[in-house]
Design a protein around this ligand. Structure first.
Ligand SMILES: Cc1ncc(COP(=O)(O)O)c(C=O)c1O
Length: 385
């Protein structure tokens, strides 16, 4: 692999994970909307979407992400989950991107720009307790009244998002949200509007709550082979729910850029936070926090070299990380180093790294720099050494 640092994406894992998640639903014809926002959770939007032939829909956050998927040649429906500036709404409509709408101001703007024979399909997002994007239930009737007077506007979908479904073993709050959503859906239907696609299920809901599935799953993290949380896994196990077999998709690798011996008592890196207590064989790696390798890994994480653990010494710099190779004498210049992923029997998971730096697996993968090349590899053929 002729790269200094790169991300390997296992070719068959995304669609495998999709099938595993889809099989959580009793409804075989349920649609699957693959959430590929934020560069496909850091996996590389182009590469990742190319490995998902079974996705019926895609969801991204921004207009730019939606346009990018169209440039890749994706013809399937794409839902924009985030805010689109009023002045850019027509660009979304021209590219046939579905809008998530949750305020009257957007409707007013759509009314102004929708021309004869143009269709704009929107998905109305209901605020059910997440306290972020969404229209409050009491404002829905007025929203519908305004929407129904706009020629060319189709309310194609209705959605909400759960606030507290992956962080807990107690799912009362999620059930309350679902109850509110169902009530609003009933009101909408009673008013004579029948959105054809109803979707609320993120990964945890897909696995744990069939009642949230409606006719489309809107699932992100599980597609990447990651569990939303330990609690989700435990909830599934303890409630006797079939546990999907999720396969992590991504490995993150680099190479040793320099090896040198330093005497005992040498300082390593900025702030002199590490001092060697023995003669130390130091490896310098060309990766740093600018690549998304968290600075909190300083003096506390490890990488894998020649199937062994090499501890990080000193602070993670912007573009460099130093590791201890003293106990890996076979390591040599330009050897492959695994930052995330497997090497022999050793593994560094996104969950381990998240624990080291005090965050969640979502953030670990999403923050990997988009400038690092993503390379699709066959299962079991990832490069080592
Ligand atoms: C609105 C919305 N729907 C779906 C998802 C997917 O959630 P998950 O990655 O937990 O499946 C997200 C993720 O952040 C989201 O913001």
């Amino acid at each position: 692999m002729g790269y200094l640092k790169w991300i390997e994406i296992e070719d068959s894992a995304p669609d495998w994970n999709l099938q595993q998640l889809k099989s959580c639903s009793a409804n075989e014809s349920v649609l699957f909307c693959a959430v590929v926002k934020s560069n496909a959770y850091g996996h590389g939007a182009r590469e990742f979407t190319s490995l998902l032939p079974s996705a019926d829909w895609f969801a991204v956050n921004s207009l730019d992400e939606g346009l990018e998927l169209r440039q890749f040649g994706i013809k399937r429906p794409i839902l924009l989950l985030g805010h689109v500036l009023m002045e850019k709404l027509s660009e979304a409509i021209d590219a046939d991107l579905r809008l998530t709408v949750y305020n009257i101001e957007t409707l007013e703007k759509l009314e102004e720009i929708l021309q004869k024979d143009t269709i704009c399909r929107i998905h109305v997002k209901i605020e059910t307790g997440t306290g972020r994007q969404g229209i409050l239930p009491e404002n829905v009737p007025e929203f519908l009244r305004r929407a129904s007077g706009i020629d060319g506007l189709e309310i194609e979908g209705m959605l909400t998002h759960f606030a507290n479904i992956e962080d807990t073993l107690n799912h009362d709050f999620a059930e309350k949200q679902l109850g509110i959503f169902k009530e609003v859906l009933e009101t909408v239907r009673k008013s004579g509007i029948f959105p054809s696609i109803i979707h609320t299920a993120c990964t945890a809901a897909t696995i744990l709550f069939p009642e949230t599935h409606f006719n489309m799953l809107r699932t992100g993290v599980g597609l990447y082979g990651l569990w939303p949380s330990r609690e989700t896994f435990l909830s599934a196990q303890s409630n006797g729910i079939p546990v999907p077999e999720l396969r992590p998709v991504l490995s993150w690798k680099t190479r040793i850029a320099q090896i040198k011996e330093l005497p005992a008592g040498s300082y390593i890196g900025y702030g002199c936070t590490y001092r060697t207590n023995r003669k130390t064989r130091l490896g310098v790696l060309p990766v740093g926090y600018a690549d998304g390798y968290d600075r909190k890994c300083s003096n506390s994480a490890h990488v894998l070299v020649r199937r062994k653990r090499a501890p990080i010494l000193g602070r993670v710099c912007m573009n460099l990380v130093m590791v201890d190779l003293t106990d890996i004498p076979e390591a040599s210049l330009e050897d492959t180093v695994v930052l995330l992923g497997k090497d022999g029997n050793e593994i560094i998971t996104a969950e381990m790294m998240a624990e080291w730096v005090g965050t969640i697996n979502y953030e670990i993968v999403t923050r990997i720099s988009p400038f690092i090349p993503r390379v699709i590899v066959k299962r079991g053929s990832g490069s080592v050494h």
